[in-house]
Design a protein around this ligand. Structure first.
Ligand SMILES: [Zn+2]
Length: 444
């Protein structure tokens, strides 16, 4: 099986990734601006007042330079960092430049510390180290999954009689809007990786424009994207992901925009058309594995007329979803198709999904757009695992690429549009600030 090398991603190392992103800043623009500049009266922005903050210098810990410097100064040291995948207490403290064996033995007994370490990345760590290099206090901060903007904090510190004491409380997080610009060199994941962005961002981009761009087939070298997204931080460490607020994607020279509209819980273009269409462009969700998967047999190019469909290579078991709402008109085995599902949609439209390894719907069942209907396989006349996808109108085969593009969009009503326009213009300004907005020059 010819998997993309990135499918077996190495454990995430946020610091190194962040440093790599900084190094790459000459070719790409990466910067953060506080939400305050976009929304001056936001009450969630709190000012920080710490006696000393060495956040910018945590990287010095790697070289030991900070500890050397510390030995010449009689001040407590504040170290910020975060838990990384696979960390135990020893590796974490070592990375933070703390060597205090008695403290480590004490912390190892703490259920709370074990719990925090088990959560892995996205757990911020803040330690206070005395002038004699002993640990005075360590805090673990992680985002509350249920409440955006709030984090759980576990503090373990020495009390007056030299015992370790644990306290737990909730802390407010600071909201930032981060702006990022990237260019496609090989794949969407390669570009987001180069920028140190989480996988969920790449998947969000692909899903938002899923009616316009098939990210497995339509991407071109030189395509560009600009993003504005929230990050929730505590003392400069991102501990909770936020909403992607605006995306501009320039594909084959054509700029597309999607602006998040909180009121409707959906993305809209600058004109107030929903990014969601009646049909999706791809029956397979975009993922790191499916995006890099190559056919074992020679791919058949632009032959939908002869071949009457489009083939998507993907590992056996990859979920297959219905591109639109409809009713199952066939579910079962059909000679060359192997296990196949046919869905009837409005307006005489029909979609067909073949060579499945598994079918999870039955004839007559109502299906929603994006609903999983089965999984990729190689049943029937297939030389390797792939999905064979067809689109028909009144029994006539049509190019599936046209299906999503021609489907209707949902528009906002007049009062919603007025509110949306304010959000939209704010986001346009943000995208333009990132140097990405090319909508004006790309539109005819
Ligand atoms: Zn085929």
């Amino acid at each position: 099986m010819d998997l993309h090398p990135q499918a077996s991603a190495s454990p995430r190392r946020p610091w190194r990734r962040r440093l790599a992103a900084t190094v790459a800043a000459s070719s790409v623009l990466v910067y953060a601006l506080t939400w305050a500049t976009l929304q001056p009266n936001d009450p969630s922005v709190t000012s920080r007042a710490e006696p000393l903050d060495f956040t910018d210098r945590v990287k010095d810990v790697f070289s030991g330079a900070l500890l050397t410097e510390l030995s010449t100064k009689a001040i407590p040291l504040y170290v910020n960092g975060r838990v990384e995948r696979g960390d135990n207490l020893s590796t974490l403290l070592q990375r933070l430049g703390i060597s205090d064996a008695p403290a480590m033995r004490a912390l190892e007994q703490s259920d709370g510390v074990r719990e925090a370490l088990a959560l892995g990345p996205k757990v911020g760590v803040k330690a206070v180290v005395s002038e004699t290099s002993t640990l005075q206090r360590i805090e673990f901060i992680w985002g509350d999954r249920k409440v955006v903007g709030t984090a759980q904090r576990l503090s373990v510190s020495h009390n007056d009689s030299g015992e370790w004491q644990t306290t737990r409380d909730a802390v407010e997080l600071e909201r930032y809007v981060r702006l990022v610009t990237g260019t496609i060199e090989s794949s969407l994941f390669a570009s987001t990786d180069a920028l140190g962005l989480d996988d969920r961002i790449a998947i969000e981009i692909a899903e938002v424009f899923s009616s316009e761009i098939d990210f497995r087939r339509d991407l071109r070298k030189g395509d560009r994207f600009t993003l504005a997204f929230e990050e929730w931080s505590h003392d400069g460490e991102v501990v909770q992901d936020g909403q992607v607020l605006a995306i501009e994607f320039v594909n084959k020279g054509k700029a597309l925009q999607a602006i998040w509209f909180d009121e409707k819980n959906e993305y809209f273009d600058a004109q107030g058309n929903s990014a969601k269409r009646e049909f999706l462009a791809s029956p397979m969700k975009f993922s790191r594995i499916s995006s890099g998967f190559k056919m074992r047999f020679h791919p058949i190019k632009k032959v939908w007329k002869r071949h009457l469909g489009v083939d998507y290579a993907a590992p056996t078991g990859t979920e297959v979803r219905s591109v639109g709402r409809g009713v199952v008109s066939y579910a079962g085995w059909k000679n060359g198709y192997g296990k196949v599902v046919i869905i009837r949609h409005n307006g005489g439209k029909e979609t067909l999904y073949a060579h499945l390894s598994r079918i999870q719907v039955r004839k007559g069942q109502r299906i929603e757009r994006e609903q999983n209907i089965g999984a990729v396989g190689s049943t029937g006349w297939a030389t390797g695992p792939h999905l064979h996808f067809e689109f028909r109108v009144n029994g006539q085969h049509k190019n599936p690429a046209l299906l999503a593009k021609q489907s209707k969009t949902i528009r906002l009503n007049a009062s919603e549009l007025a509110t949306f326009e304010r959000v939209s213009s704010e986001m346009q300004a943000a995208l333009a600030a990132a140097g990405g907005s090319s909508l004006a020059k790309s539109e005819p």
